[in-house]
Structure formats: structure tokens, C-alpha cells
Write a protein that binds this ligand. Structure first.
Ligand code: UGA
Length: 447
């Protein structure tokens, strides 16, 4: 017997699919609807359309138990059959940094149309990352206009941001530090709170109840804080590089022991990538600007992040003088470990710059080769192991801290490369051990 009510999810990217599979794994019957028929065909066969640890097994199990059903663009069925509908469609960036609401608007319109002929109370939950005011000023009017009904009386509306990280998205769905519920009215907030109390029982995380706009801003403020923390430690790293003997890793470790600072997200490196931080920082800057406020701090965080990856190329140039005709080995393509996603991956500007300078690039990543091929095609070579990638290279740049790279020893570089120059862009190697055996350069390490 499935739990009641049934739940639907519109948009099955990382957030939507992890939410759908999470709910299905807890015994809810879930309909997952998306406009992409290929994605839905895969989901209905139990195959996730992207790589995410732990998801495949639970998705296959949910499909087998008939707890999860993929629908191709059937919002009406998704609404009629369920009591809650999560909206987890994309909110891509526009050229000015603001977010494009076309998928949100289309979802809201379709939900509104379906609500028009639905008799039971229904709650729409915005899970997509949207700037403050979107749920109240864009979603709500569309729901009311299309349904000819009144929000707070005939149907409910909540904003419930997600904080999951790619690479541990499914685990984060099952275990969260907090749940944030912004609600238009008390009834819809109470009902969503009850759903989460059941979902997380017996270990219920803190649940923050608030307004729609505050919930929207909590998401942006959290991501902007983490992005700023990374740009802050990268700034300290850049200072360290000018001071012989200084090491940002030790500094971060000491700083992190101060409970007011905390140790997480203090890893200096080539900067932040992915589908969230770069986009969300830009969107928050654009949103503040629209209200007449210049977010100088966030603009600086973004500026630091823009320059950070190209430092790897500058290091390589300093050692090799001229990159033309040089063979550069790149270890890591994904924007971080445990994902094949390369959106805003720091390696992209690095490879583009290397190619522009005439270098020949060979890259290796445990899972992101296909994603990389879609970006670079035959402009670079693809190795099938780290050692193969290093063969005959003049310089190696490590860009993603995959666990398998941490096992590499200095001899793996010196035995395979033409000139053993290693640039550690993610600070995974021990400088003392590596400096003895090869030319070792690392972010945040004074030379
Ligand atoms: C991020 C947030 O961590 C999630 O809480 C949020 O829900 C998500 O965005 C989202 O908005 O959907 P994600 O983009 O998956 O998650 O990845 P992170 O683990 O946060 O890493 C982002 C980038 O920062 C990566 O490129 C990573 O290499 C970099 N990073 C992270 C650092 O350079 N240093 C650090 O100390 C930590």
C-alpha cells in the first residue's frame, strides 16, 4: 500500500529526479513528468539520465515496485492524480545574469489549467531556484488566472528550496541539514511540513517556516555565502603564492578550527564551477541591481573566480616558456568528483586557453569523457587512464580531485612524462613528498 497523497514532480533534472526517487523510496506513489521523452523513457526503464552515486539502485527499485512512473509532458495527469506537485524545472541564466523564467511560467500555466477542473485541494511547491518575488508575483498570478480559482482558498502554494549537491544529491535528499518552507498561507505550509515530518521520521531536521520571498532568498544567500567563502580562500591562496614557505592548506586548516569560521568550503583551488554557484551568484547580483543595490562583495567573489582557473595556464607558461607544440596532460574534466557534469567546469577555460596558445591537450576523467567530447570534439585527445594521459607530457594540470588521482605517486609522473612538471590545481598532493621528486607547483603554495 502506497502512502497518501500521491505526489508529482514536474521537471526531472538532478533536483526533480532525486526528489521523485527519494519520495518513491519512502513509499509514496510519484509521477515524474518532463518534456524530454528520451529522459522519461530511460527513467521508466530504471536508468538515471545522468550519473549520480546511489541513484540508479533506488530508481530501479522504485520502478520495479511501481512507486514511480515517468510521464512525457502530462501535467494534467500529474495534477489530477496527486495532492502535491513539485516544480523542479530549470531556470537558466540570461546574458545579463538574470534568470530565464520561461520553464517556470510554462509549468505554472499548465498546472493552473489542470487545477481548473480539479475538485480536491492541491498544493504546488516551487523547488526550482528562483529570485525573490518569483513565486508570489509570477507563479501565483498564472495559477489563479488559468485555474480561475483563488490561492490560499482553493489551492495551496509553497516555496521549498533545495540544498543538495551534485555527486551526493541522492544522499542529500535523504539527509538534509534543514528544510525551508515558504508558504503563501498557513494551511499549505502545515501540510508540506507534515509531509517532511513523515519523510524524515524519526530524525526530523530543523524546519524553518517563512514567507515565499524569504525562502527564495535563503537559497541564494546560502550559495552566495559558500561561493564567497571559496573566493575568499582563493584570495588568501593568491597571497600565499607570493610568500616563500606560505601554504594556504595549513592556513585553511587552522582557520577552520575556529567554530565561527568552520572548515568546510575552505579548499583553495581553481575556483567554483557547476550549474549552481556561478549562475546563482550572477542572478543575485542582477536581482539586487534591479532593486537598485550594487552587491560589490558578490561582484568581487565572481571576479576572483573568473581569473582563478587561468592561473594554471600561467604556471605552465612560466615553466615551459612557450606552450606552442607542448603536450599538456589534464587530469579531471568534471566540475567536481562523482559527477559527469561539466557545466562551468574550471577546466573549460583552461583547455580553451591551452589550445589558443598552440598546446596539444590530452585529458582523462573517470566518467566525464562523453560530456567533454560534446564540448571539445576532436580538439583534444582523450586518454583512458591517468597513466596513459601522462605519457610523453611536458606538463600535467590536475583540475578535479577524483579519489583515484590521490593515489598517484611522484614516480607515476616522473616515469611517464617527458618533463615531470605537475600543477596541482586542487591541492590533493603532499608538497613535501612531490617537491623532492618533480617540479611541483600548487595553488596557494609559496615557492
Ligand atoms: C551547490 C551547493 O553546495 C548546494 O548546497 C546547492 O544545493 C547546489 O549548489 C544547488 O544550488 O543546486 P554543487 O554545485 O553540486 O552544490 O557543488 P559544490 O559541492 O557546492 O561545489 C561547487 C564548486 O565549488 C565545485 O566546482 C567545487 O570544486 C568548488 N569548491 C567547493 C571549491 O573550489 N572549494 C571548496 O572548498 C568547495
Amino acid at each position: 500500500m502506497n502512502k497518501e497523497p500521491k505526489i508529482s514532480v514536474i521537471g526531472v533534472g538532478y533536483v526533480g529526479l532525486c526528489t521523485a526517487v527519494g519520495l518513491a523510496s519512502k513509499g509514496y506513489h510519484v509521477y515524474a513528468s518532463d518534456i524530454d521523452s528520451e529522459k522519461i523513457a530511460k527513467i521508466n526503464k530504471g536508468i538515471p539520465p545522468f550519473f549520480e552515486p546511489g541513484l540508479q539502485e533506488k530508481l530501479a527499485e522504485s520502478i520495479k515496485k511501481s512507486n514511480l512512473e515517468g510521464l512525457v509532458n502530462q501535467t494534467d495527469k500529474a495534477i489530477q492524480q496527486t495532492g502535491f506537485t513539485y516544480v523542479a524545472v530549470g531556470t537558466p541564466s540570461k546574458p545579463d545574469g538574470s534568470i530565464d523564467l520561461k520553464y517556470i511560467k510554462s509549468a505554472a500555466k499548465n498546472i493552473g489549467k489542470a487545477l481548473k477542473h480539479k475538485n480536491n485541494y492541491h498544493i504546488t511547491i516551487i523547488k526550482s531556484t528562483v529570485v525573490p518575488g518569483t513565486t508570489q508575483n509570477v507563479v501565483l498570478p498564472l495559477l489563479e488566472r488559468e485555474s480561475k480559482k483563488t490561492c490560499g482558498k482553493d489551492f495551496g502554494l509553497c516555496m521549498n528550496p533545495e540544498f543538495l549537491r551534485q555527486g551526493s544529491a541522492f544522499q542529500d535528499t535523504l539527509n538534509t541539514d534543514r528544510v525551508v518552507i515558504g508558504s503563501y498561507d498557513k494551511k499549505s505550509g502545515d501540510k508540506l511540513e507534515d509531509l517532511y515530518k513523515d519523510f524524515y521520521s524519526p530524525r526530523i531536521p530543523p524546519i524553518i517556516r517563512t514567507t515565499l520571498s524569504t525562502a527564495e532568498l535563503i537559497k541564494y544567500a546560502s550559495n552566495a555565502m559558500l561561493a564567497t567563502k571559496i573566493s575568499f580562500i582563493n584570495t588568501i591562496a593568491n597571497i600565499c603564492e607570493q610568500i616563500p614557505g606560505a601554504d594556504v592548506k595549513v592556513i585553511a586548516q587552522a582557520m577552520g578550527l575556529d567554530k565561527r569560521i568552520g572548515s568546510l568550503f575552505l579548499d583553495a583551488g581553481l575556483g567554483y564551477g557547476g550549474s549552481c554557484f556561478p549562475k546563482d551568484v550572477k542572478a543575485l547580483i542582477a536581482c539586487a541591481k534591479a532593486f537598485g543595490y550594487d552587491s560589490k562583495l558578490l561582484e568581487s567573489a565572481e571576479e576572483v573566480n573568473k581569473h582563478q582557473p587561468l592561473k594554471a595556464v600561467q604556471f605552465a607558461k612560466k615553466e615551459l616558456k612557450n606552450l606552442n607544440g607542448k603536450k599538456i596532460a589534464i587530469l579531471g574534466l568534471a566540475f567536481k568528483p562523482d559527477t559527469d557534469d561539466m557545466r562551468e567546469a574550471r577546466v573549460i577555460p583552461i583547455i580553451n586557453q591551452l589550445i589558443a596558445e598552440g598546446a596539444s591537450v590530452t585529458a582523462y576523467d573517470p566518467v566525464a569523457k562523453q560530456t567533454a567530447y560534446a564540448i571539445f570534439q576532436d580538439k583534444i585527445q582523450y586518454a583512458s587512464s591517468a597513466l596513459e594521459c601522462l605519457k610523453g607530457a611536458d606538463c600535467c594540470i590536475l583540475t578535479t580531485e577524483w579519489p583515484e588521482f590521490t593515489k598517484l605517486k611522484p614516480a607515476n609522473f616522473s616515469d611517464n612524462m617527458k618533463t615531470p612538471i605537475l600543477i596541482d590545481g586542487r591541492r590533493i598532493f603532499n608538497p613535501e613528498e612531490f617537491q623532492k621528486k618533480l617540479k611541483f607547483i600548487a595553488i596557494g603554495l609559496g615557492q
